[in-house]
Design a protein around this ligand. Structure first.
Ligand code: ADP
Ligand code: TPP
Ligand code: MG
Ligand code: MG
Ligand code: MG
Length: 341
């Protein structure tokens, strides 16, 4: 981390007042970040969807990633969870544990990134905490969204016979980590920067998610890996799923990378960092789902179906079952450590 001002010019309360309080504008209940709490107004017709995801330097992002993009990724991975429920975000809360010695320039660039996404997504920063840590940069964001009462898209609503859909393209995030960390000799420069961009700056599919309310039976976002995450829908819904590897939508960059090395397919299907929506819908809703995708400008692709049973079966191009070393990322695991891309 580099910056122009010495760490000694950083003051906790000045940071809150100068960098974070301006982001609370537009939400009176935030009390301009000058009190102990924020006050949320109740609304009888809606439920508040609340989610929190944390990010740790070296675990979720690269320690040298640009601070504005770290902030925006933190925002977007959380908005992605709201999108998956069909909720519309209105407020976020930030807990930031900065390593001692983090300079003001780094924090200013972090706050500028957060401000950009506060504006882009129409949310207010209504509270949080700013602390120091002897460990790596650790960030947590709580995101709050509104959804009509009883209409949130849950993991548990899938029905046998439902079509399984994903938005966008799968695998870019996992391959993007490699592109961002190591570069990728042999892959076109345009593909390398596309993949690194997909890793550093996900796109929460908020319009798609909101449009899926009433259409989708079940949904979640893909953060850990497509196969493991679909397994969560299966377990929550008491069903199994079958997906065809050849139907999983790929970007041109990921397709080009796969063409050079077929073994990357495991990272594509189970590497995570996708932040795409994974949802199920009845077969009769197929046209409506496709129309919605066109209306919001996000590709939607049918990749398989839900059935009685349990677990996720990935079918390869020959109709056989593809076996993967693991279905996705786990921070802690009884049988393995640091499973990832
Ligand atoms: N430390 C924790 N305390 C309370 N709830 C937690 C904690 N960690 C995870 N959860 C809850 O467990 C559920 C699954 O979490 P997670 O796998 O992180 O979901 P997602 O992939 O949607 O981010 C969520 O309801 C989440 O709020
Ligand atoms: C530097 C780095 N190494 C590895 C990864 C891969 N990775 C880390 S956590 C994770 C899963 C998503 O994070 P998590 O905290 O599990 O979010 P949630 O599932 O709760 O949304 C992945 C794919 C990464 N993103 N960055
Ligand atoms: Mg989470
Ligand atoms: Mg999440
Ligand atoms: Mg996870």
């Amino acid at each position: 981390m580099s910056g122009t001002l010495p760490a000694s010019s950083v003051d906790e309360f000045q940071i809150i007042a100068d960098l974070f309080a301006p982001l609370s504008r537009g939400y009176p209940g935030a009390l301009n970040l000058t009190d102990d709490v924020a006050l949320l107004a109740a609304d009888p017709d809606h439920e508040t969807a609340a989610t929190m995801d944390a990010m740790v330097a070296g675990v979720h992002f690269l320690p040298d990633d640009p601070p504005d993009l770290v902030a925006r990724k933190l925002m977007r991975v959380n908005l992605s969870d709201l999108a998956a429920k069909g909720a519309r975000p209105f407020a976020v809360m930030l807990a930031a544990a900065f390593p001692r010695g983090t300079d003001l320039d780094w924090m200013q660039r972090f706050a500028a990134g957060l401000a950009a996404d506060v504006a882009e997504f129409g949310v207010s920063l209504i509270g949080g905490d700013t602390v120091s840590t002897p460990g790596p940069l650790t960030l947590a964001l709580t995101a709050l969204g509104k959804v009509a009462k009883g209409r949130a898209i849950l993991r548990s609503g899938a029905q046998a016979g439902d079509v399984v859909w994903v938005s966008g393209s799968i695998g870019d995030g996992a391959l993007g980590l490699r592109a961002a960390r190591d570069g990728w000799p042999g892959l076109a420069a345009g593909h390398v920067s596309f993949l690194a961009g997909r890793y550093r700056l996900p796109s929460p599919r908020l319009s798609l998610g909101a449009g899926l309310v009433g259409l989708a039976h079940a949904g979640m976002d893909v953060s850990d890996g497509l196969v493991q995450d679909l397994g969560h829908i299966c377990r929550a819904s008491g069903l199994g799923a079958r997906i065809e590897a050849a139907k999983v939508p790929l970007s041109a960059a990921t397709a080009a990378a796969l063409a050079t090395d077929q073994t990357l397919l495991a990272s594509v299907l189970a590497g995570g960092d996708d932040y795409e929506l994974l949802f199920t819908a009845p077969a009769h809703a197929t046209e409506a789902v496709l129309n919605l995708g066109r209306r919001v400008g996000v590709a939607v692709t049918a990749i398989g179906s839900m059935a009685e049973g349990e677990g996720v079966r990935v079918v390869d191009a020959n109709g056989g079952t593809l076996s993967l070393p693991h279905g996705g990322w786990r921070h802690f695991s009884a049988t393995e450590t640091g499973a990832g891309a």
